[in-house]
Design a protein around this ligand. Structure first.
Ligand code: FAD
Ligand code: SF4
Ligand code: SF4
Length: 478
């Protein structure tokens, strides 16, 4: 098929290219990545589906406004270097975003192909193409490093090494400023390292991006809890000229139901951190144990719940029940994650809500009591409110519960810096364009500002903050 001669009608007839992936029966016994990625032929065929729209609504759907038709055309031309360079103009973590962005709600939601075929699932597979270009570059071994301007003698401290902090580090370092990242954990990457599992985002990808930043001259200090080792004021006393706070939303929320303090009840954060960061799946070769239990209940319907449920399967659970109070249509998790979870055997208990966790005589979980729900009128979130159905309680035997109903902002920095204003949820309040906080010289972005959001939104805020930090350091005007 000679692509240049294809009419839009012919392009619309090309089916969306399916990414090959590990068989569900095999993959629940390992932690290897599930989808294998496009090969060149699949990528170029998928790229042919793009209509190269002049106004390209997909670009507006991407929080960092990647030139999507541009990078797709380069794939079609076989010029993969040009493709990845186009993406990297606005996105420093393409291998990550290509894998974990909720594309069906962002770039792909507005794609003209999906609209014409009346199915968002049939949109051009922008994320998969982005992953292809990023993986191609990684396979070459060498990454083209951005130019760093001559030293300015200005110093910027970045608190937290998640996607927001990493993005700021890259954009501020390019201007020639000295950049030091302070990270509380022993490994950098934020949720990309401690939360999202290996089978969805191989850690080596994140570590490579961090190494690239170090090659640019960014200094990384791990095991540094800001608010304990130094306060924000002390960072200024140490000679930093500006501070960016990207400490994320790592404070787990609980349901406040009876039995939540029994042995065998985990927050999703703890469960996933044990499994991912501390590699408990390899215990006793690694130091951190995790309960290898048989019947696991996960509470929630977002990405964190899916990741917990699929991790429990890989740790050998025979039954994993995902208890969610709304229906599948309202689940906030990425569509692909829900499909993968179901394929792997996660049992969806929809329109149900736990009301009590029951323990045995030794204080270990043995069952949960749930109530059935129905959907009522829409609530503030626009989704229909789940309403309990009277006298519909029932029991499920479980030996582990994982609470994955959401996270709040990390409170340590706001608590130790009273002149940084926060809102009623504890999120740091910033100017929406400059990401300036109420404290001179301090900027903030990502989940600590937005509440639990997404990787690309955190990066989008990081980019805005970096522009404002660079302006502030150049002008000295707050
Ligand atoms: P984080 O990634 O949370 O990073 C904050 C960093 O700051 C952490 O490393 C933390 O250790 C450090 N820190 C905190 N306090 C301090 C301190 N006092 N001093 C020094 N360091 C500190 N988003 C998607 O787009 N797609 C997905 O598929 C997806 N799946 C997810 C799955 C899970 C399990 C979770 C938990 C989240 C998921 N998200 C997903 C959300 C996404 O990961 C976050 O929105 C994003 O990581 C936020 O980036 P951030 O840089 O603001 O913060
Ligand atoms: Fe789409 Fe995310 Fe890539 Fe933007 S960064 S084009 S939203 S996959
Ligand atoms: Fe291509 Fe879809 Fe973007 Fe149009 S909207 S340029 S078809 S990806």
């Amino acid at each position: 098929m000679e692509e240049k001669k294809l009419t839009p009608k012919e392009r619309l007839k090309i089916p969306s290219q399916v990414m090959p992936e590990q068989d569900p029966r095999e993959r629940i016994h390992n932690v290897d990545e599930v989808p294998y990625g496009y090969d060149e032929e699949l990528a170029r065929t998928e790229a042919m589906r793009c209509l190269q729209c002049k106004k390209a609504p997909c670009v507006k759907g991407c929080p960092v406004e990647i030139d999507i038709p541009g990078f797709i055309q380069s794939i079609l031309d076989g010029n993969y270097r040009a493709s990845i360079n186009t993406i990297k103009l606005t996105n420093i973590l393409p291998a990550v975003c290509g894998r974990v962005c909720p594309q069906e709600e962002q770039c792909q939601m507005t794609c003209v192909v999906g609209k014409s075929l009346k199915d968002v699932a049939k949109a051009v597979q922008i994320g998969k193409l982005e992953r292809f270009a990023a993986d191609w570059e990684m396979a070459q071994g060498e990454t083209e490093m951005p130019e760093v301007k001559s030293p300015t003698e200005k110093r910027v401290a970045i608190v937290g090494s998640g996607p927001a902090g990493l993005t700021v580090a890259a954009d501020v370092r390019r201007e020639g400023h000295e950049v030091t990242i302070f990270e509380a954990l022993h490994k950098p990457g934020g949720v990309l390292i401690y939360g999202i599992p290996e089978f969805r985002l191989p850690k080596q990808i994140v570590m490579r991006e961090v190494e690239n930043l170090e090659k640019m001259g960014v200094e990384l200090k791990t095991n540094m809890v800001i608010g304990k080792v130094y306060t924000i004021d002390e960072l200024f006393e140490e000679g930093f000229d500006a501070v960016f706070v990207g400490t994320g939303a790592g404070l787990p929320l609980f349901m406040h139901i009876p039995g939540e303090n029994l042995n065998g009840v985990y927050s999703a954060n703890e469960y996933l951190t044990r499994a991912n960061l501390m590699q408990a799946y390899s215990f006793p070769e690694t130091d951190t144990p995790i309960a290898r239990t048989k019947n696991v209940a996960v509470f929630g319907g977002g990405n964190v719940a899916m990741d917990s449920a699929r991790t429990a399967l890989r740790l050998g659970a025979e039954n994993v029940y995902l208890v969610y109070r709304r229906s599948r249509a309202e689940m906030p998790a990425r569509v692909e994650e829900v499909e993968h979870a179901v394929e792997e055997g996660v049992q969806l208990h929809l329109l149900q809500n736990p009301v009590r966790i029951i323990g045995d005589e030794n204080g270990w979980v043995k069952a949960i009591e749930c109530i059935k729900m129905e959907l009522g009128e829409p609530d503030d979130s626009g989704r229909r409110r789940p309403v309990p159905i009277k006298n519909s309680e029932f029991m499920i035997d479980v030996d582990t519960c994982i609470v994955a109903i959401g996270n709040a902002s990390n409170p340590l920095v706001p608590n130790t810096t009273p002149d940084i204003a926060t809102n009623k949820w504890g999120n740091i309040v910033t100017d929406s364009e400059t990401l300036k906080t109420s404290k001179k010289g301090v900027f903030a972005g990502g989940d600590i500002v937005l509440g639990a959001a997404t990787v690309i939104l955190a990066m989008g805020q990081g980019r805005k903050a970096a522009v404002a930090i660079n302006e502030y350091l150049a002008s000295g005007v707050w």
